[in-house]
Design a protein around this ligand. Structure first.
Ligand SMILES: O=C(O)c1cc(=O)[nH]c(=O)n1[C@@H]1O[C@H](COP(=O)(O)O)[C@@H](O)[C@H]1O
Length: 298
């Protein structure tokens, strides 16, 4: 029997995250709706600030916009505020996403040394874990390779990661822009692109032609001309981009098209408060999502 190739990855139980995201964006558009149950939003919706209310809030969002959004992105810290009861609510929300056929991105921004990164990966990306999501946001600022356990488990399980590249907050530049023409962020972008080239190379060798890999980047919708200034080119890459900052942080669909140019088709724009503030009426939430999608289409 021939030896498996050194970088062979066992076939996952489901199509790759990149393939599933591509299909979702092709059919539903480029919108991710953030599920961010901030205390102020819970109050505005007439809900208590407790775990039962988080679940009700989240399921209302999922039911209202699930058919319009390519993905939803629960913000983990807003569930962690409520300890084990909040995490139990998040488990049920993630299960409901899976039952509804809506991709879930757990926004936990995990990053750690490799040995304990493996435990985070196990929690968020392993089949059978109660917290398993379709993708996880991760921080590469302990070194991109420290993410290896999450990168490999995502590949093996048909899940994905979104690696923080250029974040939407103004403070991010003090770390991510360091290095100028050879910036920290450019190194992250290149490392993600290399992961995707390897993944798509393996898929091609197995006879499958795919456009998007499963190692995404987070690049804020608010970054303006930073990509150009740092000499970062995304156009030829097969890297999905999660772009937060739409709406509440000031960015518009036009900003996204200008920032990403030819790479815009790979961008999943994400908005939380700007859509959520329309609730609790499901019809109003749907209307806000529809309006955001129209802005993304230009
Ligand atoms: O990883 C993220 O999701 C993220 C990265 C980033 O650079 N900026 C950013 O805003 N986010 C998240 O995206 C969401 C944005 O929320 P709104 O500003 O309400 O649309 C929040 O859950 C943030 O934690």
């Amino acid at each position: 029997m021939p030896e498996p190739a050194a970088d062979a990855v066992p076939a996952p139980a489901r199509p790759s995250f990149g393939a599933r995201l591509q299909e979702a964006m092709d059919t539903r558009g480029q919108l991710c709706v953030g599920i961010d149950p901030h205390p102020g939003l819970l109050a505005a919706w007439g809900l208590n600030d407790d775990a039962a209310a988080l679940e009700r809030f989240s399921l209302t969002v999922l039911e209202a916009v699930g058919e319009q959004a390519a993905a939803v992105k629960p913000q983990v810290a807003l569930f962690e505020r409520h300890g084990s009861a909040g995490l139990a609510a998040l488990e049920r929300v993630l299960a409901a996403c899976s039952d509804a056929g809506v991709l879930s991105i757990a926004d936990a921004k995990r990053g750690d040394i490799g040995s304990t990164m493996a435990a985070y990966a196990d929690a968020w990306l392993r089949d059978g874990s109660a917290l398993a999501a379709d993708a996880l946001t991760v921080s590469p600022y302990l070194g991109f390779e420290s993410l290896r356990p999450a990168l490999d488990l995502a590949q093996a399980s048909g899940r994905g990661v979104f690696v923080l590249g250029l974040t939407s907050n103004p403070e991010g530049a003090s770390v991510q822009h360091v290095g100028g023409d050879h910036s920290v962020a450019a190194g992250i972008v290149d490392a993600a692109a290399a992961e995707n080239s390897r993944e798509l190379g393996r898929a091609a060798a197995a006879g499958a032609s795919r456009q998007l890999g499963s190692t995404g980047l987070v690049i804020g919708a608010t970054v303006g001309t930073a990509l150009t200034e740092l000499g970062i080119h995304l156009a030829a890459a097969h890297t999905p981009v999660l772009a937060p900052g739409l709406g509440a942080q000031g960015a518009t669909g036009a900003d996204l098209r200008a920032t990403f140019g030819a790479a815009y088709p790979n961008v999943l724009a994400t908005s939380s408060r700007d859509i959520l503030k329309a609730g609790p009426s499901p019809a109003a939430l749907r209307g806000a999502a529809r309006q955001t999608l129209a802005g993304l289409a230009g």
